[in-house]
Design a protein around this ligand. Structure first.
Ligand code: RBF
Length: 172
């Protein structure tokens, strides 16, 4: 799966639902903050461009990416947003810590999404080095924070559309 060939930062804005009634939580890891700050900037700018009001975006910070799922769950409990976007950057080191962190974060966010029936977006970079991280945080490969925001908007749109259609099935 070569993500370098898929740059969702170049998406079709007219196909993204209007976010003026959407509430979105964002949880940001402080590790590699030079990178995660860029992801956050791209993410917030994209939500705002698509109409999500500033006061309906809730940003919280956690120490590292491993803490993202719990942070996301706490934000969900506090604000009941339509989606929670998790932003982090786990750079591969000389030990396998990155694999443990990435796998547990990915599977925990998937579980949260299925249990809570709302999107918990995996916006975690998993680069081999700093250069690859920079390329994906506003560099040659776009900004994955933008992509995380677009994914959240699309998934909220889908969820609202399906919930709306549920209401119209059956006797009136
Ligand atoms: N957190 C990150 O978000 N990115 C990292 O690159 C990262 N590297 C780590 C490397 C090691 C060896 C350890 C022990 C932790 C690292 N963490 C990293 C922090 C981790 O996500 C978490 O905050 C701590 O393990 C405390 O639970």
């Amino acid at each position: 799966m070569a993500s370098e060939h898929k740059n969702l930062s170049e998406y079709q804005p007219d196909q993204i639902p209007d976010g003026k009634l959407f509430k979105v939580g964002i949880v940001v890891a402080k590790w590699n903050s030079q990178i995660t700050d860029q992801l956050l900037q791209g993410c917030k700018a994209t939500l705002t461009e698509h109409g999500v009001p500033q006061e309906q975006i809730f940003v919280e910070y956690v120490p590292g990416s491993y803490e993202l799922p719990l942070g996301a769950s706490l934000v969900d409990q506090k604000h009941n947003p339509d989606a929670v976007i998790c932003l982090g950057c786990v750079i591969k080191g000389s030990t396998s810590h990155n694999e443990y962190i990435n796998q547990s974060v990915a599977s925990s966010l998937m579980q949260l999404g299925l249990v809570r029936r709302k999107p918990f977006i995996f916006g975690v970079l998993t680069p081999n080095n700093q250069e690859q991280a920079e390329e994906r945080a506003g560099g040659a490969h776009g900004n994955k924070g933008v992509e995380a925001a677009v994914t959240a908007l699309e998934m909220i749109g889908l969820s609202k559309k399906l919930k709306e259609s549920e209401k119209t099935i059956g006797f009136k």
